[in-house]
Design a protein around this ligand. Sequence first.
Ligand SMILES: C[S@@+](CC[C@H](N)C(=O)[O-])C[C@H]1O[C@@H](n2cnc3c(N)ncnc32)[C@H](O)[C@@H]1O
Length: 213
Amino acid sequence: MGLQHYFSRDEDKRAKFVFDLIAPVYGLIDKAIGKEYKKVAKIINAEIPLQNKSILDVGTGTGSWLVALHSHRPSRAVGIDFSKKMLEQAKRNHPKLEFKLIDGENLKSFPDGSFDIVTASYVLHGMKKRKRMQLLKEMKRVAGKYVLIHDFNRKTHFIIKILEFFERSDYIHFKKNFRKELESVFEETRVIGLKSGNAVFVGKYGNASTSSA
Ligand SMILES: C[S@@+](CC[C@H](N)C(=O)[O-])C[C@H]1O[C@@H](n2cnc3c(N)ncnc32)[C@H](O)[C@@H]1O
């Protein structure tokens, strides 16, 4: 993929270009990211026990989020991403986990409700509203119980702001509007605020309760 893709109007081309380019760096920091993710996974697990749940991680990148969730012994854990290079790092770093090259907006290889939990970590802020809603709806279709979005919420460190600028992400609108966007798709929603200023946004159906999950 050439540099012209960075300037493309096609958001997907741009994102694939950016993530293919930075995949080696992500591969190196995968463990460091994973430490923070494990703390967040523990908070989730206290509310929504992950043991014996099946989990699909959309935009898994180098797999750090999936690994953190996997430490709570789900029945199945699958990570998908549309960047080949990110997945190469994921497979190298976590050879025992299942990763597939798939675009999250088109999960047709997975039937309705085929995973208990469908999740995405730092993926949805990267895209404009139309794509974000499309992805969220597709995640809902595949999720039997919950959709968990781990992403920006309040404070953003200035270094992250610079990175987001170069990534050309939509994080400013995401932070402002995502809660409402989530409410427009799910019967019940919840925001688990994190010390970092970020959050886990939970979308669920009326019949899924956090305690019996
Ligand atoms: C900022 S990285 C986050 C990676 C990982 N979830 C984490 O938290 O470390 C965003 C990832 O989402 C992937 N991605 C973005 N849009 C996608 C889509 N429509 N389908 C699949 N993967 C996507 C990118 O390729 C990239 O690997």
